[in-house]
Design a protein around this ligand. Sequence first.
Ligand SMILES: N[C@@H](CCC(=O)N[C@@H](CS)C(=O)NCC(=O)O)C(=O)O
Length: 136
Amino acid sequence: MYESDDINRYLFKQYGTGSVPFMLSAVPLTMLMVSLASLTRPGRGSFYRKSNPPDQLLELYSYEGSPFCRLVRETLSELEIPYLLHNIAQGSPRREAFVARAGKMMVPYLVDPNTQTSMFESADIVAYLKQTYAVD
Ligand SMILES: N[C@@H](CCC(=O)N[C@@H](CS)C(=O)NCC(=O)O)C(=O)O
């Protein structure tokens, strides 16, 4: 389906409580807010950067509201690197398993099975992705 509004309605009906939260359903206001967020990162995540795609899916532990995670997602998008996204927002029941795996609660956290690399720190992750997969 097309239309972000229809997709959100479908997702909340199918997998959520059935009703779309106000911050997503007040369409003109919602569009203004998300557009402002994108305006602060002009062009980022919107243009392809040539890359060597990995063989295996990368994994990113993240949550949508984190500015540090956004930086990593921008780079993954620009390089068109396929990845599995684990959302572990505040209150998520998946956090405990994450801490058991990674050793502490902090996102973003990248796992790259292609190079047996796991790392925290957005700036280090962005540098790693560019160094490993970008073709400049
Ligand atoms: N220096 C780190 C900062 C990462 C950071 O502060 N992440 C926050 C989210 S914005 C976090 O994990 N907070 C712990 C929590 O959500 O419980 C980086 O650049 O990646």
